[in-house]
Write a protein that binds this ligand. Structure first.
Ligand code: HEC
Length: 482
C-alpha cells in the first residue's frame, strides 16, 4: 500500500513537472499534434471532401483504385516528417485529379483540416491557414513525438507496478528464417501480402497485392499456389480482388480470401475458391461497403469451422465503419454479429484476425487495443489477453499452440502505440496463455514506419511457420533446426 501511494505521488509529480515545463506552442516549431484546425473547419472540410474528393478517395478516405488512401499506415508513412504545406500544396495543385486547383484556398485548407481530424489529430482554437508558407511551418508528425517523454513515464510506472512480470520480448527464439523459400514465377515479384495458408498436401497459398500494395487496375493473378518445396504451381484471381487481405484454407482445402477495399463495383467481399481456382461462392455484395447482414465494410479475416460455420472479422478503421464479428451458417446465411468500437472488454477496434482453438473458442485479434479477445461461438467474452502483444495475425495448431504476429507495435503515441513491446511472432499456449518463444522482427527502426514483419501467419502440420509481410513484400518461412 505504502509503495503504491509513493509511486502514484511520484507519477503525479512527474506529470506536474512536465506540464509546467511544456513550452508555449506559438514560439516553438508546430506539428499537427498542436491543435492546428477547428472542429467547425473540419466539418466544412468534410462536406467539401464529400463533393470534390470522395468519389475517388472513398467515403472512409481509404482510397479507391489508383486514388491513394488519405488515412491509415500507408498515408501516414508517406507524409510522416513532411510539412502540412507539402500536403496542402499537393492537394491544391494536383487535386481533384480531373480539375486541379479548381477550389478556393480556403476550401483546400478546410479539406486538409478534415483529413487531419479523420486521422485522429486534435482540433484546436484557431483555423488552419490558407497560405502555403504558413502551413510549411507545421510539420506532419504521424506519431506524436513530444509525448514520448510522458508516455515513457507512465509506462515506467506501469512496469514498476508489475515488476514481477517477465519481459514481453524476453522469450527465446529457436527458429531460423528463410525469406527466399517461395519461388515466384518468371516476371513476377511478390507484392505486399497479409494472407498465407497451407493446405492438406503442404502446398502454400498466398494472397498478394499484384506485385504492389493494391490490385486495382492490375491484370495479375493475386492468389498463388506453391508446392511443399516452394515451387510455383499456379495463380488465379486476376480482376476479382482490389486488396486481398485475409486468407484461410478450410477443411476441404478451399481457399477463402477477403477483399478489404471496395470501389463501388467490386470489393468488400469474401470469396471462396476450390483448389483449381474456380470461384465457388462470394459473400457480401460487390462494391457495397456497408455494415449489414449480407454486406461487409472492410472484411479483414475469414475463418471456417469444421462444421462449415463461417466467421468474418469486419472493420479495418478505428472509430469508423464496422468493428464486428459476423457469424454465418454453412450456407452463408447471417446468424448473428457482435462487437462495437471501443476498448472496454468485449468491444473492439480493427478486429484484424481470427483463429479457433481445440475447444472451439474464437480468438479475435483486437489490434487497435493491443490484445486478443477470446469469445465463445455465441459471442460471449471469455478472456482478454494482452501478453501476445498487438495482433495482426493469429494461428492456432491442433495442439493448441498459439502463434501471434505483431507487425505494428511502436513507442511513440499515435498509430501502433504500444511502448515496450517489440514486433515479431510470439508463440505460446492457447490453453494457458503462456508465451514461450519470440521471433523478433528484423526491421531495425520500427518507430519509423507503421508496419513491418509478418501480418498474416499460418503453421503447417510440421510446425513450420509462414509469415506474410506487407512492408517487406515477402513470405518468410521459419523452421526449428533439430
Ligand atoms: C478523379 C479522381 C480523384 C479526385 C476527384 C481526387 N483525387 Fe486525389 N488522387 C487521385 C489519384 C488517382 C491519386 C494518385 C495519383 C497521383 O498521385 O496523382 C491521388 C492522389 C492524391 C494525394 C496524394 C496521396 C499520397 O499520399 O501520395 C492526395 C493528398 C490527394 N489525392 C488528395 C485529394 C483531395 C484533397 C481531393 C479533393 C479536393 C482529391 N484528391 C480528389 C484521384 C483523385
Amino acid at each position: 500500500m505504502m509503495k503504491r501511494i509513493a509511486l502514484l505521488g511520484a507519477v503525479a509529480l512527474g506529470l506536474g513537472a512536465l506540464v509546467a515545463a511544456e513550452p508555449q506552442a506559438q514560439d516553438t516549431p508546430r506539428s499537427v499534434w498542436d491543435g492546428v484546425y477547428t472542429e467547425a473547419q473540419a466539418e466544412r472540410g468534410a462536406a467539401a471532401y464529400g463533393q470534390a474528393c470522395g468519389k475517388c478517395h472513398g467515403a472512409q478516405l481509404a482510397g479507391l483504385g489508383e486514388a491513394k488512401p488519405l488515412t491509415g499506415p500507408e498515408f501516414l508513412g508517406i507524409w510522416n516528417g513532411l510539412s502540412l504545406g507539402d500536403l496542402y500544396d499537393r492537394a491544391r495543385k494536383t487535386m481533384p485529379l480531373d480539375r486541379p486547383a479548381s477550389l478556393s484556398r480556403e476550401t483546400y485548407a478546410d479539406i486538409v483540416a478534415y483529413v487531419l481530424k479523420f486521422n485522429g489529430f486534435p482540433a484546436g482554437g484557431a483555423e488552419l491557414d490558407k497560405r502555403s508558407e504558413v502551413l510549411a511551418g507545421i510539420s506532419f508528425e504521424a506519431f506524436k513525438p513530444q509525448a514520448a517523454a510522458r508516455s515513457a513515464t507512465v509506462f515506467a510506472s506501469a512496469a514498476a507496478d508489475t515488476a514481477a512480470d517477465p519481459d514481453p520480448n524476453g522469450a527465446p527464439n529457436p527458429y531460423v528464417a528463410d525469406p527466399g523459400f517461395l519461388k515466384m514465377p518468371p516476371g513476377r515479384t511478390m507484392g505486399s501480402t497479409s494472407g498465407v495458408g497451407v493446405d492438406s498436401r503442404g502446398h502454400v497459398w498466398v494472397a498478394e497485392r499484384c506485385g504492389a500494395n493494391n490490385c486495382a487496375g492490375s491484370r495479375l493473378d493475386p492468389i498463388l499456389e506453391f508446392d511443399a518445396q516452394g515451387r510455383f504451381v499456379k495463380a488465379f484471381g486476376a480482376g476479382m480482388l482490389l486488396f486481398p487481405h485475409g486468407l484461410f484454407v478450410d477443411a476441404h482445402d478451399h481457399i477463402w480470401v477477403t477483399d478489404g477495399h471496395s470501389d463501388g463495383t467490386k470489393g468488400a467481399q469474401v470469396l471462396e475458391f476450390d483448389g483449381s481456382g474456380k470461384l465457388l461462392r462470394s459473400l457480401g455484395k460487390p462494391g457495397v461497403a456497408q455494415e449489414g447482414p449480407d454486406t461487409f465494410v472492410e472484411p479483414n479475416a475469414v475463418l471456417v469451422a469444421k462444421d462449415g460455420t463461417i466467421f468474418v472479422a469486419d472493420g479495418h478503421t478505428p472509430d469508423k465503419g464496422a468493428a464486428r464479428i459476423v457469424k454465418l451458417d454453412a450456407k452463408g446465411r447471417f446468424v448473428k454479429q457482435w462487437g462495437e468500437h471501443g476498448s472496454a472488454p468485449g468491444q473492439m477496434d480493427v478486429p484484424h484476425t481470427l483463429a479457433l482453438d481445440s475447444k472451439g473458442r474464437l480468438f479475435v485479434g483486437d489490434r487497435w487495443n493491443n490484445r486478443i479477445e477470446i469469445f465463445d461461438q455465441q459471442g460471449r467474452l471469455l478472456a482478454v489477453w494482452p501478453q501476445f502483444s498487438r495482433p495482426s495475425g493469429i494461428y492456432i495448431d491442433r495442439n493448441d499452440v498459439l502463434y501471434v504476429a505483431d507487425s505494428e507495435s511502436r513507442t511513440p503515441e499515435g498509430y501502433g502505440h504500444h511502448p515496450g513491446w517489440k514486433r515479431g511472432i510470439r508463440i505460446g499456449s492457447a490453453a494457458t496463455g503462456k508465451v514461450t518463444a519470440f521471433i523478433p522482427d528484423t526491421e531495425p527502426n520500427p518507430d519509423k514506419g507503421a508496419t513491418s514483419g509478418a501480418e498474416g501467419i499460418w503453421v503447417d502440420g510440421q510446425g513450420v511457420i509462414y509469415g506474410a509481410q506487407v512492408m517487406q513484400r515477402a513470405v518468410v518461412r521459419y523452421t526449428k533446426p533439430r
